[in-house]
Design a protein around this ligand. Structure first.
Ligand SMILES: Cc1cc2nc3c(=O)[nH]c(=O)nc-3n(C[C@H](O)[C@H](O)[C@H](O)COP(=O)(O)O)c2cc1C
Length: 355
């Protein structure tokens, strides 16, 4: 693996100028129009100007019925929403970087009052054990998704991906991580279905696979289609969503056999050894796929960046990108850089424009 942070990397037709990306970060800044605040959009362009090769959007909600998990999230479904993003993708491209739109359905983590249809749906009628951290209230018991719901949700992913392509994005990422809807299907912790969407790993992967193949049809071959996966969820964070490395790797092989162009592995800490093995999540993933791998989790200075790239091709940063506009430049030196806390990252949700 070439572990030079500033070496170029090719994914399909894209010459990615270095190995540094802005991780997807929800900012909850939209009003009823589902369009982020101007300074939130500018924040992404600034990261491209400052040398970051890949810029991810926040998680974009895929429908108006049941997909939204937090107040102030954004959509890519109406012409006005698409038009709001066009200058952003253009500016990112002008700075020699690429833009990827992350698309997401929250499933059982729904924030009921913000979903116009007020529906809460999931693979199985089970809530996380933890209450919603934002409200302190128990999550609503979801409806077990019918075939109608499954088809409807897939259509939302397709329409949103289409919107992203119209808005000029270079790629689309399907959020299959963090205990949201697709992740809920993948993990037997939340998927207790007895039909062809539950049980074995191939069955639990079926929903993800159907979304990927449907979305691929509207994401042209020359653009990127990425999936983000994780072994942890936002609620019940201590739970390992997969039983062991074999189960994780079986899932990786299924993604590898699908039409995606890269796999993004989200961890809480990239260096942590996983599933009782002596390997981290990126290394376990690499054993089963030759797809480009992005890795994220506590990569905050030059030493951690170089180390993380031993097992992955691209590093994504969340909190360091959020709090340090010069992060892509700063990790070229050996200067000491802080490991920001989740509390510090809460500035993401305030009206304070970030530099
Ligand atoms: C404010 C904030 C919002 C986030 N929103 C998303 C999101 O919309 N989608 C996603 O996949 N991850 C999201 N994450 C997780 C980050 O992408 C990343 O995986 C996490 O912060 C760990 O990386 P870090 O240690 O570099 O911060 C968010 C993180 C933060 C701090």
């Amino acid at each position: 693996m070439n572990n030079d942070i500033f070496s170029p990397f090719k994914i399909k037709r894209f010459d990615i100028k270095n190995r540094i990306g802005v991780a997807p970060m929800t900012r909850m800044s939209s009003t009823e129009d589902s369009i982020p605040r101007k300074d939130v959009l500018d924040f992404l362009v600034t990261r491209a100007k400052n040398g970051t090769a890949i810029v991810y959007t926040e998680a974009i909600v895929t429908d108006y019925e049941s997909a939204q998990g937090y107040p102030g999230q954004s959509r890519m479904l109406t012409q006005r929403q698409i038009d709001a993003w066009l200058p952003v993708t253009e500016a990112i491209r002008e700075n020699g970087s690429i833009s990827i739109c992350q698309i997401f359905h929250c499933g059982r983590m729904a924030w009921q009052d913000v979903n116009p249809a007020k529906r809460v749906i999931a693979p199985s009628p089970l809530t996380p054990t933890q209450h919603n951290p934002l409200t302190g209230i128990a999550y609503e018991v979801p409806d077990e998704m019918s075939q109608f719901d499954i088809d409807h949700v897939i259509n939302g992913f397709v329409q949103t991906a289409q919107g992203a392509i119209k808005a000029g994005f270079d790629g689309v990422e399907i959020h299959c991580a963090h205990g949201y809807l697709v992740s809920q299907f993948l993990s037997s912790y939340s998927n207790k279905r007895k039909d062809r969407y539950g049980g074995s790993m191939p069955n639990r992967f079926r929903f993800a696979g159907e979304i990927i193949e449907a979305v691929r049809k509207v994401v042209p071959e020359e653009k990127l289609l990425v999936a983000r996966i994780s072994n942890w969820g936002i609620a019940d964070m201590e739970v390992s969503l997969f039983a062991n490395s074999a189960e994780w790797q079986e899932m990786v092989q299924l993604f590898d056999g699908s039409s995606i162009d890269a796999l993004s592995v989200s961890t809480y800490d990239y260096s942590q050894k996983a599933f009782g093995t002596d390997k981290n999540m990126a290394a376990l993933t690499r054993e089963k796929t030759q797809l480009p791998i992005m890795i994220c989790g506590k990569i905050h200075d030059r030493a951690t960046a170089v180390d993380a790239l031993k097992d992955a091709d691209i590093l994504l940063s969340g909190k360091s990108m959020l709090l340090n506009p010069q992060f892509a430049k700063d990790i070229s030196s050996d200067k000491a850089l802080p490991l920001y806390s989740s509390d510090q990252a809460n500035i993401a949700y305030t009206a304070t424009p970030l530099p």
